[in-house]
Design a protein around this ligand. Sequence first.
Ligand SMILES: [Zn+2]
Length: 165
Amino acid sequence: MRHAAATTGGLLFKPGLRSHGAPRIKKGSTMSRDATAPEERETWPALRRGWRRRCPSCGSGPLLRGYLKVRDTCPACREELHHHRADDGPAYLTILIVGHLMAPLLLFVFETWRPEPLTLFTIFAVGCVGLTLYLLPRLKGAIVAFQWARGMHGFGSHPEPDPRP
Ligand SMILES: [Zn+2]
């Protein structure tokens, strides 16, 4: 198991990146995780699938039931998804992004066009709510996919005991 993981670990890196016959392995790469992981789980493809609110494993089954509820298992590939601990991470990221986009934009619009206060409020209220509703489930999907790809919580080969009652 350990030997197999050590030989496949080099496949994570493009051959072009290798020099002098030795594979370059960055510190803190996925190498250490793969020594115990049951399969290769690439982070970026998983993140893209999660962003599209698809199962991080197969990319075809829907990740969410309704607006934000993560399904227990993927309906397409039966991958277990209930191990996730997204918690308030998606909300945190959404506030971070929406706030950093909208606050400078508000200042810019006000300074440039000096619109009527009610007009300004209406535009930015709709904009903030719309962007928030757009980002929240996608960021949740990405966070769940990240946890899945990194084998965090119960997603790894040695699942933690479920703390939920
Ligand atoms: Zn799936």
